[in-house]
Design a binder for this molecule. Structure first.
Ligand code: ZN
Length: 411
């Protein structure tokens, strides 16, 4: 393997120190006071005092759906409206292989330029593997730039006689190259049955599990408890994540703490998805409209790995979204009441941990997936989300963006 070496000159750490970061073969090799070491002829990237941070992670995307807000309108604005809009467009054959691959590729590029070097995406596989193959194709075009994990998102029902075709579709998706088993137990007539089947299939395939969980404000919907119990009882050996967990946020503090402890014991990561939850949830509740976020504080208190994502971007499930985890972090600050530093960790290092990727940071020995941002602090980076960024994956510059602003005063 060829040696790669790069010096990130004059980067600023969150504690204000100016440093030169020497990367070697994908890892941080050394961190030195800026301007002191002579790196002789090593290639370098001048960062001019920009803030250097661990690169961002998008733990929950739907790249097969991305950028369809105009072509797939959501008539009611809620989750059912989004699902109906998507299913009827898909049944009408609206999404070709090329269209899906192109949109997924554009969405990956948007994530990359904002500072994301690892993304996990769900892909609908209930009606065949075309969408999965299109996202696999887009992933091949991004090789070396961004890590992409693909979850097979199944249709309901997955259980009973009626679920036979959907169960076969999951098997086909795994054979076609899906990395994890997905599904939506809260939408199935037999949620615990779906979870049991998903664990069996994942065990057989030797892969992890990432379920859409309890995307509902009704507190009686609580399949997260079943997931924790079954993961503990079966001793399931691969990574497990639960995305959304909206109804956990509707429980009493006592129930939140009890379930969070079980989730921690089971080693399940939880992914709050503030953009889509704020967009879809609570539409029928005009007074004191709930935010639809999971119990972030209780989960973190219990020691659960909590990583936040944006979920859908500019599609019927979320009409807006910038493909920028700093937008997610901003919502964690405003709607989730988390500190800016914790919010940033939930869109960066915690995501890598949940995705089973080696740690990326500015410590020697860690993976040199880093992002430099022209901002004075993490708080300011989240607040302003400036587009002046440099993105490094494995110590290689993989994306650059520069924001230019001019004010033209009358002279
Ligand atoms: Zn989702």
């Amino acid at each position: 393997m060829e040696t790669t070496e790069l010096v990130l000159r004059d980067a600023r750490l969150v504690d204000g120190r100016q440093v030169d970061i020497h990367t070697l073969d994908g890892l941080v090799h050394g961190v030195h006071e800026a301007g002191v070491e002579d790196f002789a002829n090593l290639p370098c990237e001048m960062l001019d005092g920009w803030l250097i941070l661990p690169a961002m992670t998008e733990p929950h995307a739907h790249l097969d759906k991305a950028l369809t807000a105009e072509s797939v309108p959501n008539a009611t604005g809620d989750l059912e409206g989004a699902i109906d809009a998507w299913v009827s467009a898909a049944s009408a054959g609206q999404f070709s292989f090329e269209d899906t691959a192109n949109r997924a590729l554009t969405a990956m590029e948007l994530l990359l330029v904002h500072g994301v070097t690892a993304v996990r995406t769900h892909v609908n596989v209930g009606n065949g593997t075309q969408g999965l193959e299109a996202v696999l194709e887009a992933r091949r075009h991004m090789e070396g730039l961004i890590d992409v994990q693909i979850v097979a998102l199944t249709n309901v029902p997955m259980t009973g006689q009626e679920g036979r075709t959907n169960r076969a579709a999951l098997t086909a998706a795994i054979e076609a190259g899906a990395d994890l088993v997905g599904g939506c137990p809260h939408l199935d007539p037999d949620g615990p049955g779906l979870i049991g089947h998903a664990l069996e299939v994942a065990t057989e395939a030797g892969i992890g599990l990432d379920l859409h969980m309890d995307e509902d404000l009704d507190p009686s919907v609580l399949t997260l408890r079943d997931l924790a119990r079954q993961v503990i009882d079966t001793g399931f050996a691969h990574p497990v994540s639960a995305s959304h967990c909206v109804s956990l946020g509707m429980q009493s503090p006592e129930v939140q703490a009890e379930i969070a402890a079980r989730v921690a014991e089971a080693g399940i990561s939880v992914f709050p998805l503030p953009q889509t939850n704020l967009f879809l949830q609570g539409r029928g509740v005009p007074t004191a409209t709930p935010r639809g976020l999971t119990a972030i504080a209780a989960l973190r208190e219990a020691g659960v790995v909590v990583a936040a994502g944006a979920d859908n971007v500019q599609d019927p499930f979320n009409l807006v979204g910038r493909s920028d985890p700093l937008e997610t972090a901003s919502l964690l600050v405003m709607a989730g009441h988390q500190s800016p530093a914790d919010s940033y960790s939930m869109v960066s290092t915690c995501g890598r941990q949940a995705l089973g990727l080696p740690e990326a940071s500015i410590q020697p020995g860690d993976v040199a997936d880093l992002v430099a941002i022209d901002a004075p602090s993490i708080r300011a980076a989240i607040a302003d989300a400036p587009m002046s960024r440099r993105v490094f994956r494995h110590g290689v510059l993989v994306a650059s963006a520069d924001q230019q602003i001019s004010i033209h005063r009358a002279s």
